[in-house]
Design a protein around this ligand. Sequence first.
Ligand code: ADP
Ligand code: TRP
Length: 326
Amino acid sequence: MARILTGIQSTGRPHLGNILGAIKPGIKMAGEANNDAYFFIADLHSLTTIKDPGLREEYVHAVAASWLAFGFDTDKNVFYRQSDIHEVAELTWILSCFTPYPMLANAHSFKDKSKNLHDVNAGLFTYPVLMTADIILYDADFVPVGKDQKQHLEMCRDIASTFNREYDSEVFVIPEAMISKDTMLVPGTDGRKMSKSYNNYIDIFLPEKALKKQIMSIVTDSTPLEEPKDAENCLVYQLFKLIASERDANTMKSKLEAGNYGYGHAKKDLFGFILDNYKSEREKFDEFMNDKVMLEMKLQQGAEKARQVAREVIKRVKDKTGYKTN
Ligand code: ADP
Ligand code: TRP
């Protein structure tokens, strides 16, 4: 049985890109026979940018509610909030003493921001060390991540191996990145990659009116209603195709290509489809968001399971480094 582990940042409410690119594939992978899945909400990482406690908690809950709404099985898997396991902060400090400064200075995530150093806090600089602790504290074998996280995983392997070498033992499991080449790229309402940072996202959990407004804002060209349209170049169709059945997608394509079917019609069809297709997920999301006690209970059950492994691993680390475990 291989242990897969991944972290999901709580930097906003999950959008359609996060759902199709991360939540649905993650749930599928966790359900596969030989996997023992540890998925957590990286709320300590999000403190590098989000300082407001209420907002951070709101995002933690929104991320958790999205995974649960899409059917993530928290009984079979381990689903928890990063900050609930205090050992991760302790391990981060220990590992930081095994991390060469130039390695961190070379991280893309830091270098990208290093032109504006006064905006960079030390938490952002040591982000890869916390991420390393996240992974090796749970003896993870495989870490499914996007291409952008490849360097962080290489650092993780380096830091864990340095520690193992120093103590001439196998204290840490050396994890492997699982980078899927064919992850779906969901376009945003302006045609760029859908992202929280571009404010071009579709939040399928919004109330109807607000959701409709987002869908109506999808950028289209000015081909008049009666004229045939190039479906493949139409963002509404591109989004529809990602979620609808092949038959429904072909129907929209034919209508666009035939003329007398405007972009407004296509947007209405997309909106109607989202409401129908995600009816139960929308309801469940609202139920969880309105029942924080239930949501917290699920997270605490996950934390309980995660803590057991974390305690064993931190004990191994402390035994080697000569600290007492209380
Ligand atoms: P954002 O760009 O909105 O801040 P994140 O960087 O937090 O999104 O991404 C969280 C997860 O969702 C990652 O696994 C990422 O690969 C996936 N993801 C984000 N945006 C998209 C998108 N437009 N299409 C497909 N997957 C996406
Ligand atoms: N840095 C990852 C991201 O931005 C989130 C993350 C934090 C993570 N800790 C992790 C991913 C551990 C995998 C394993 O997407």
